[in-house]
Design a protein around this ligand. Sequence first.
Ligand SMILES: Nc1ncnc2c1ncn2[C@@H]1O[C@H](COP(=O)(O)OP(=O)(O)OP(=O)(O)O)[C@@H](O)[C@H]1O
Length: 248
Amino acid sequence: MFDIDIRKTVRSPKRAFALRVAFRTDSQRVVIVGPSGSGKSLTLQAIAGLLRPDEGRIAVAGTELFNSATGRNLPPQARKVGYLFQDYALFPHLNVRQNIGFGLNRGWFNRENSASAVAVDHWLDMFRLRHVAHQRPDELSGGQRQRVALARALAPQPSALLLDEPFAALDRGLRARLRGELDRIQRHLGIPMILITHDEEDAALLGDHVVRLRDGMVDDDPDRIADAEGECDDLALPPGFTQTNPNP
Ligand SMILES: Nc1ncnc2c1ncn2[C@@H]1O[C@H](COP(=O)(O)OP(=O)(O)OP(=O)(O)O)[C@@H](O)[C@H]1O
């Protein structure tokens, strides 16, 4: 289902980060977990076609999307992958219905045609959004915004779904509910997905295949990941702060 081998070095003026990620799985449900800065988003961007690897090969659901050896590099729109951004990236001046239909109507100015109207109705019902269909993103709750973004990513019927920290902006209760909802919807649609997260609970429920990243590489030793998550424990306090409870 996913055959990924990405090598990419990204550089900022003071630092270079080397991404060397390879995994292959027949599972439809992949979760990439790892600490901040381990290369999760870069990996997802490379699969979506938003970042060109220096070398490697990317194949999803039997379609080769990138191969440095042959020069194949499908543009993002030809990859047919739905991408859910961390901040959802909804269009602020479009209502829920228009956001979901955006990819179906191909452009800002195209009027909704009857086939896409039926399709949008379907997604509004599936995600329980019909009662807010005419509201704009700033008039929605966090959970509703997340469901609109998911419906918009799924509406063009992509061959795979890529989710960048889909629950990060939500509180714990909502997070658990929407995690369950994504679980049901993925099973219902049978769509291959890769989800990236810091949260082991996401990995436990949604990750039939779990890829652990550290420092840009796949790490098969979970204890080392746990160490990395705790790295900030040893940070010095800022000037003027006193530690009131050194051994909580
Ligand atoms: N365009 C870029 N140019 C230079 N360095 C970059 C660029 N994008 C990301 N990086 C660096 O690459 C590393 C991995 O970034 P990435 O966004 O993939 O991390 P992540 O695991 O998704 O982190 P987080 O969980 O915080 O979102 C980071 O150290 C980051 O600073």
